[in-house]
Design a protein around this ligand. Sequence first.
Ligand code: ZN
Length: 203
Amino acid sequence: MNWVQIDKKSRVQKDGVYTDWKQQVSDDCQNRCVYCSIHENPWGGIDHYHIEHFRPKSKFKKLENDITNLYHACPVCNRFKSDDWPNNPINLDEICYPDPSDHNYTDLFELDQNDFTLVGKHVASRYVVNRLYLNRPQLVYERREQVLKIRAEELIAETTSLINKTEDLTLSRKVSMLLIEMYQHLNVRSNIAPYRLIEIRKK
Ligand SMILES: [Zn+2]
């Protein structure tokens, strides 16, 4: 739903270990899980997310501290993936994990508008859906919320357009006030501001 292709090509390798770069890795991934796209905030912020080694460090020891191999992942996806690595991500028609720096995951799935489940378009993306359980109830709920919010905004826009055509000024004013209030409620529900490490760790 909210995936983006992650720019890793322009990252410059630094001295240090992967745990040093948690904030940068989170920022690179727009503070979202690279696999399920859920924002870190509902989970309590960055400290509750993991640094994901796309190529598992148990199998690719040299990539353990390689900045281009590091992504932000929620604990559930991270645990399901663990050190699973069926194939190098060369062909989406084979079982593998598509590289999030080569693909926008949005292009790899279709959203069923009736039940809000994800369907993979390729062998690889179907494997990711199954292996990482991307249709778990939490994610279905989040997708439903997002779709319903977009629909509510569309309905507000349509109602606004209709009310602008009426000559009944009293009715127009009253409906406009209600629409503004409805819009404010929607915004409060969806307002997300990333927590920074400095804001959530005890001094
Ligand atoms: Zn996730």
